[in-house]
Write a protein that binds this ligand. Structure first.
Ligand code: SF4
Length: 226
């Protein structure tokens, strides 16, 4: 599994924090794959290709050493492109354990679209207990309720035009990512996604070059089963 650490992101949404990119093969049955994933936007997509072909980045062990070398309390975002390492439909638990250990004393967060099987949930709970925040990526508001029932933090894809806070069908509050509604807020100021104990879901309206396709996912994807 190849991965890359950018020490100071130039991404306008994150601000200058460390961000990682994991090779394309890490993505499993994500409904956004080639259908509106924002990471397929030109520059990030090119970088992702180079990481995936081995021209950029390192092996997983070296990657975890790089994470471990970040300063204490550092906020960092995992997988601006890519997902947690996997083997088929299973999250690669030993590799995630390495990452969780590397994150010790830091404030790493990421998102996953991997299936919420019992086995996958086990390692996700382990990561949460170890202080690494993995947000479950929900495809729509109903799916967000399904994901939130696990007790793990959730981020949800919303239709493009949804720019105000809302609720899931079960009444859970959904707050729009402030970096999408305020020019002067970035992850470096906000850090909400790194709060594993929050009881609100973070909403991301479909955006980027693939917004139209992602928007159709936000509206139509069937609810995943746990
Ligand atoms: S909610 Fe905050 S931490 Fe999460 S992506 Fe938006 S700005 Fe970044």
């Amino acid at each position: 599994m190849r991965a890359h650490l950018t020490l100071k992101s130039s991404n306008g949404k994150t601000g200058p924090i460390p961000v990682t990119t994991t090779e394309r093969a890490s993505c499993g049955a994500c409904p956004l794959k080639k259908k509106g994933c924002y990471a397929d936007d030109y520059h990030l997509s090119m970088h992702w290709d180079l990481v995936s072909s081995g021209e950029r980045g390192t092996d997983w062990e070296t990657h975890c050493e790089q994470i471990a070398a970040l300063p204490d309390d550092q906020l960092w975002r995992g997988n601006q492109a890519g997902d947690l390492p996997r083997k088929g439909t299973k999250i690669d638990a030993p590799k995630v354990r390495q990452l969780v250990a590397a994150n010790s004393g830091k404030r790493g967060f990421t998102y996953t679209h991997h299936a919420l099987s019992c086995e996958n949930l086990e390692i996700l709970y382990e990561a949460a207990l170890g202080g690494f925040v993995v947000n479950l990526s929900a495809n729509n508001l109903a799916h967000a309720d399904t994901c939130a029932a696990t007790g793990l933090p959730v981020a949800v894809l919303l239709p493009t035009e949804q720019r105000t806070n809302t609720r899931t069908p079960a009444g859970r509050p959904v707050v729009i990512c402030p970096a999408m509604t305020h020019d002067d807020i970035q992850c470096i100021d906000c850090g909400l996604c790194a709060r594993g104990d929050r009881n609100i879901i973070i909403g991301f309206p479909a955006h980027s070059g693939g917004a139209k396709k992602a928007d159709s996912v936000a509206r139509t994807i069937p609810i995943h089963q746990i």
